[in-house]
Design a protein around this ligand. Structure first.
Ligand SMILES: [Zn+2]
Length: 145
């Protein structure tokens, strides 16, 4: 596998950093974002390290979307009050990409959650990483996949 030791996602993939896994096997995996913008925020990433979407091979790029789709379906089932989802890829530094490894954000939204994307940094500090909560969220999603 094509990995980069300086990349936090590659470290997670190598088991050197913790993650609450939603999908752990296969060329595209998913885990709970450790700095969730909303509860239930999931990251979907290819196993191979590439910074940009255009650098993925066609099959992996397709699987990124299909894996996102499986999780999005589970999210809508999990939150019966009705949840919409931001599918978000920041592709390159100027486009707010902080980790240079392709990742698809799936952020569950309701009409009253007041999330503002320009407030991203402040929001990160409002939600402290809570691994027990992430594990519980990941387990609930896994059951619905
Ligand atoms: Zn990486």
């Amino acid at each position: 596998m094509d990995q980069n030791n300086n990349c936090i996602f590659c470290q997670i993939l190598a088991g050197k950093a913790p993650a609450a896994w939603v999908i752990e096997k296969g060329p595209v995996v998913a885990f709970m974002d450790i700095f969730p913008l909303r509860p239930g925020h999931v990251l979907v990433i290819p196993r191979d390290h590439h910074p940009l979407v255009t650098q993925l091979d066609e099959s992996t790029r397709g699987q990124l979307m299909e894996t996102g789709n499986r999780i999005a379906r589970a999210m809508r089932e999990l939150y019966p009050e009705g949840t919409d989802i931001n599918w978000l890829i920041n592709d390159g530094k100027a486009a707010w990409q902080h980790v240079p490894h392709v990742h698809l954000h799936l952020i569950p939204r309701t009409g009253r959650d007041n999330l503002r994307f320009m407030g991203r940094i402040a929001t990160r500090f409002l939600h402290k990483p809570d691994m027990a909560q992430f594990e519980a969220d990941a387990r609930r999603l896994r059951k619905l996949l």
